[in-house]
Ligand binder design. Structure first.
Ligand code: SF4
Length: 509
């Protein structure tokens, strides 16, 4: 029976928690007394508590994040009701700030804020061996990086085969974008490079092929970036039929030539970059303390799109202080003109502890008091408009980012992507009455109807949608065209096996 259970609710089964594995790897002599038990959002609280208590723990540690705090609060309350003798310890970004004010922290026995590895281990030792600590909130100790044990041995072979593998070559960020919790770090701390690469090599040998780096700024230290990229390129070139796939977060305005040279050598389906633009508005950037050279960022995005095979996922944020709809629309169109594979429109959130809160009064920022603390209105964007932007974001993901409509999308967007897609989003919401449950074929039919309203020739609209439908691999029926005669055209295509499904669709286009 483990004395310690480390638990969390992941957003999906495919997300294997890196945080819990970091904790277990650093428990020292208690490591063998600890078990990781993961759940998925939407699990029934009673079932979660039953599964945890069935292991007979004396200490339960929960990883708490913005996406699971509400459900975890219910689980902690239930657990303390049926097993008050079990010590509940919380950790994670959501409980690391404004700790005392949160119901979940009131229900728990202890909270570790900030870095958890050493402090959770020490706290668990005291709870199990005594004397039991008196203080409820423990500020996590941040050790030198070489003192931390790597968590990768905690991934089971099954995790490597079936789940996203999160890895980190560094923590922290030197930039200060006020909407972001990493703004509090003020610097980045790299793990020792050679031992890190040795860990990656072991994971690769064990069969891992998808590596998702959670580093906030992968291209900060170019020598390290080069070494890591070379590590993957060597293996991809040595084993092109079974390639690795690596995902990194980049800052957009820093892409030296030697980094470009290496990036350009990666074949399709092996590399993905998540790149934050957030806003092209310089006044907004100044207000939120985001340093960004827009011209360099734009040139780098263009280069990546035109000269590399990397899949580009670029982030914008709606609802930032000082940004109105017209300014957001200009930024969106400017970004869309660079043709990244995906544009993620995020709605501003007030993360606990993030400095953006200082603008609340001056810019009339109205945040949802419940998680995920999304912005509901500002002095420049009223609630109804923010709702439209939020649907825009959802539908953009469904239509554009999904890679399922690459032939249809140019017909839909024309020369003014933002305005055109907002009109579609409004029409789709009016017709479907939902932002989520739009069955696959119904979406094609809504698109078809909207294209005709936009004046697209029926044969052109039908041809593009039918081709996209076939390319997606779907095999249902569309109300506006008989697709069976076209169905054989795209069978038998292959794509790099390691690339996630969404990237594979973009590759097929
Ligand atoms: S948004 Fe990105 S660059 Fe800015 S502080 Fe956060 S992690 Fe750093």
């Amino acid at each position: 029976m483990p004395s310690i259970v480390l638990a969390t609710l992941n957003a999906r089964y495919s997300h294997a928690s890196l945080g819990l594995r970091c904790l277990r790897a650093n428990l020292g002599e208690l490591r063998n007394e600890a078990e990781i038990v993961e759940f998925v959002l939407g699990s029934r609280a009673e079932d979660v508590v039953e599964r945890i208590l069935a292991r007979g723990p004396r200490v339960v540690g929960f990883g708490v994040y913005i996406w699971n705090v509400e459900e975890t609060t219910r689980i902690v309350a239930l657990l303390k009701t049926v097993a008050p003798q079990v010590a509940v310890v919380l950790g994670g970004p959501e409980v690391s700030h404004e700790t005392e004010a949160q119901p979940i922290c009131r229900a728990a026995d202890y909270v570790v804020t900030g870095w958890g590895e050493l402090s959770f281990a020490e706290l668990a030792r005291q709870i199990l061996r005594g004397p039991r600590p008196l203080m409820k909130v423990h500020a996590g100790i941040q050790p030198p990086m070489q003192q931390l044990r790597f968590p990768y041995g905690e991934f089971a072979d099954d995790d490597l085969r079936h789940r996203n593998l999160y890895v980190e070559a560094s923590r922290g960020c030197p930039f200060r974008c006020e909407f972001c919790l990493s703004a509090l770090d003020r610097t980045a701390w790299p793990f020792p490079l050679e031992p890190f690469l040795a860990q990656m090599a072991r994971l690769y040998q064990r069969g891992a092929r998808q590596f998702k780096f959670v580093d906030r700024t992968f291209n900060l230290k170019v020598d390290s970036s080069l070494a890591i990229l070379q590590f993957f390129l060597d293996r991809i070139e040595a084993s092109p039929a079974d390639p690795a796939f690596a995902h990194f977060e980049l800052i957009p305005d820093h892409l030296p030539e030697r980094l470009k040279d290496l990036i350009a050598r990666f074949p399709p389906g092996t590399l993905q970059f998540e790149i934050g633009i957030q806003s092209f508005n310089e006044e907004v950037q100044r207000l939120i303390s985001r340093r960004q050279d827009n011209v360099a960022a734009e040139a780098n995005l263009r280069w990546l799109r035109e000269q590399s095979n990397a899949h580009l996922h670029v982030d914008l944020i709606a609802g930032l202080p000082g940004e109105d709809v017209a300014s957001f629309a200009r930024g969106f169109d400017r970004l869309a003109g660079l043709r990244p594979h995906e544009i993620q429109v995020g709605i501003l959130k007030r993360l606990r502890g993030a400095p953006i809160a200082r603008h609340t009064e001056a810019f009339g920022l109205r945040f949802n008091p419940q998680p995920p603390y999304n912005i509901l209105a500002t002095d420049r964007i009223d609630f109804a408009t923010m709702q439209r932007l939020s649907r825009f974001a959802r539908y953009w993901d469904l239509v554009a980012n999904s890679g399922r409509f690459v032939r249809t999308l140019p017909l839909l967007l024309g020369d003014s992507p933002f305005a055109s897609f907002l009109a579609f989003a409004d029409a789709l919401y009016a017709a479907a009455g939902s932002r989520h449950a739009i069955a696959g074929e119904r979406l094609y039919e809504h698109l078809h109807a909207h294209l005709l309203v936009r004046g697209v020739a029926p044969a052109v609209a039908t041809g593009a949608l039918a081709a996209d439908y076939l390319a997606s691999g779907a095999s249902g029926r569309l109300g506006f065209v008989e697709i069976e005669p076209l169905a054989r055209a795209r069978r038998g295509q292959s794509e790099p096996p390691a690339a996630p499904r969404r990237q594979q669709r973009h590759l097929r286009a």
